[in-house]
Structures are given as structure tokens and as C-alpha cells.
Design a protein around this ligand. Structure first.
Ligand SMILES: Cc1cc2nc3c(=O)[nH]c(=O)nc-3n(C[C@H](O)[C@H](O)[C@H](O)COP(=O)(O)O)c2cc1C
Length: 287
């Protein structure tokens, strides 16, 4: 794999960093980042993607303030910005690809924070020269972590419940949505599933649901009630679809690290499709 640390270590190490050291990113580190960014061109559903690193100006920092994101990001020296071709699975693919970049950034010593919103008309969109057929669904702040969190950051973490994750029985099932998936029954896949549980998600809503059927893992989105209203209010994109892509990234990278080979396929399982408000997305077919 392309990381020096193990993916599972990187996933455990990552957290949303909202307070940065007032220290610019060195040129050699910028080159490493940029070279990685330029290698990420697509994801599972083949959406065309491109990413760039921008050095944060005071204007960029101010631009964030008016965007209705709940974050309060202090002094990030840079942002990772991406543009996705506006197509059916662009949000999932964007989530998958940006999360890979976030894990890479974690590997080379940076702190990051996902920032969801509508950046289509922002400074960020201008800096990545967004085309008419592209969207800029989210960005990520990047920089050196300040060990002590600001008071505002602690409040945000507390409000979003960032340190709490739902338990397995609320998210992971066996065959149908009635039977919880048992960790002990799924061998090394238990680690890949646990890595989904540790994934970041917008407002920490953790909308991923997974149903296992033999060697197949079906991924569903369980929408958070009231979230769509907020989306309209704050004019953000469908952030929970980005969350799904992030979950796919954590699952696939950690499964592959354990030599659990497989592939993604849309097979729309009859039994569980659209049950209990779950929207089917895709399945991992394990070999
Ligand atoms: C798609 C997406 C959008 C997010 N948007 C914001 C944001 O606008 N502001 C913010 O402070 N945090 C944002 N976050 C970070 C989440 O609040 C955070 O991932 C969650 O609370 C879990 O905490 P952790 O990342 O520290 O594990 C976002 C996360 C995701 C995945």
C-alpha cells in the first residue's frame, strides 16, 4: 500500500483537527502532498476527480465563516480542495477519494478536518478553476496539529458528540436488519467493519449501515431525520452521501491490508432494499 503506517493505525490516529499551529507547510512537504493529490483522479464509481492544495490566505479563512458550516477552524495554513464531475455517484466518490487523501496526510504528520458545505461559488472553487460541469462539495483544512484544543474546538466536539460512536448492533447486521452482526463470527472482516465505525461523518451522524450475507457486505445509507431540512437551510450538498464514500474507503483499504480481496458491485439485494428507511448503495463481494 502507499502509506508508511498501517491503514488501521492511521484511521485510529486521525481526528478532526480544528486548532493548528501557526506554522506554514514547508515546500518539500507541499511537493509530497501535491504529487499524491495529482495521483488521485477517480474512485470506485469512476467519477472524474481532481484535487489541489491551496495555501490559506486570510480571505480563504474568512470565506469559511459565512458558509454555515458549524466548524470554527483556527489558523489552518492550507486547504485541500477538489472538484468532482457532476454525475450520479460524484458525492460518494468524492468522499472516498478525499478520505484517502486525509489518511495520506495523517501518515505524513498533518492534522485535517473535513468541511462540508457548498463551495461551488466560493473562493475555493475559483482556486481550483471549477468548470460548469463540476462541483466542489467539501474541502479539508490541513496543517500541523496544536496539541491543546481551543475552547471552541472542545465545544464543537462536545456538540457533535465526536468522541461517541454508535455501537455495532445499531449499524451492522447479519442477513436482515433485525439480526445484529456478531464480531466473533466474521473473522478479520471485524477489523474492516470497526474501521467504518471509526470513520468521520458530517455532524458525527454515522449514517452507514452494513448487512452481511455470507461473503457479501451490503452498504446502506440511513438518513438522519431533519438533516435534509438543514441541508436546504444551509444550502449544503448531500453530506451523508459523502459519508458513505468515506465508509467505503475505510472498509476497502483496511480489508485489503489484511489481504481480504473483493470488489464493489451494485447488486440491489431484494431482501433488504429500502427497508427501515435504508437506501441501498453498493455491495462488497468478498472472494
Ligand atoms: C462530510 C463531512 C463534513 C464535515 N463538515 C464539518 C464542518 O463543516 N465543520 C466541522 O467543524 N467539522 C466537520 N466535519 C467533521 C465531523 O464533525 C467529525 O468528523 C465528527 O464529529 C467525528 O469526529 P472526528 O472526525 O474527530 O472523529 C465534517 C465531517 C464530514 C465527514
Amino acid at each position: 500500500m502507499f502509506f508508511s503506517l498501517q491503514v488501521v493505525e492511521l484511521i485510529k490516529k486521525r481526528y478532526s483537527c480544528r486548532t493548528y499551529l501557526n506554522k506554514p507547510i514547508e515546500e518539500d512537504k507541499k511537493d509530497i502532498l501535491k504529487s499524491y493529490l495529482s495521483s488521485v483522479k477517480t474512485a470506485v464509481f469512476n467519477t472524474n476527480l481532481r484535487f489541489g492544495l491551496i495555501t490559506a490566505t486570510e480571505e480563504d479563512r474568512n470565506a469559511l465563516k459565512g458558509l454555515g458550516t458549524y466548524g470554527f477552524i483556527k489558523d489552518p495554513p492550507g486547504f485541500i480542495v477538489g472538484a468532482a464531475e457532476d454525475s450520479k455517484y460524484s458525492l460518494e466518490d468524492y468522499g472516498y477519494a478525499m478520505e484517502k487523501i486525509i489518511l495520506f496526510s495523517t501518515d505524513i504528520g498533518f492534522g485535517t478536518c473535513w468541511l462540508g458545505g457548498t463551495f461551488n461559488k466560493s473562493n475555493f472553487a475559483a482556486k481550483i478553476s471549477k468548470n460548469d460541469d463540476e462541483i466542489v462539495p467539501a474541502v479539508a483544512s490541513i496543517g500541523y496539529k496544536k496539541e491543546k484544543r481551543s475552547t471552541m474546538e472542545s465545544i464543537i466536539r462536545w456538540t457533535a458528540g465526536s468522541d461517541n460512536r454508535l455501537s455495532w448492533d445499531k449499524m451492522f447486521f447479519n442477513i436482515d436488519f433485525e439480526t445484529p452482526m456478531i464480531k466473533e463470527d466474521i473473522g478479520e472482516y471485524a477489523i474492516a467493519i470497526e474501521m467504518v465505525r471509526l470513520a468521520p461523518s458530517a455532524s458525527n451522524k454515522q449514517p452507514w449501515r452494513i448487512v452481511k450475507d455470507k461473503n457479501i457486505f451490503h452498504f446502506y445509507l440511513q438518513r438522519t431525520k431533519g438533516y435534509e431540512r438543514n441541508q436546504k437551510l444551509f444550502k449544503t450538498v448531500d453530506l451523508q452521501r459523502i459519508d458513505m464514500g468515506i465508509a467505503m474507503c475505510h472498509f476497502e483499504l483496511s480489508a485489503k491490508e489484511m489481504n481480504l480481496e473483493g470488489k464493489w458491485e451494485i447488486i440491489t439485494p431484494q431482501r433488504t432494499n429500502q427497508l427501515r428507511d435504508n437506501e441501498y448503495l453498493v455491495s462488497w463481494i468478498g472472494h
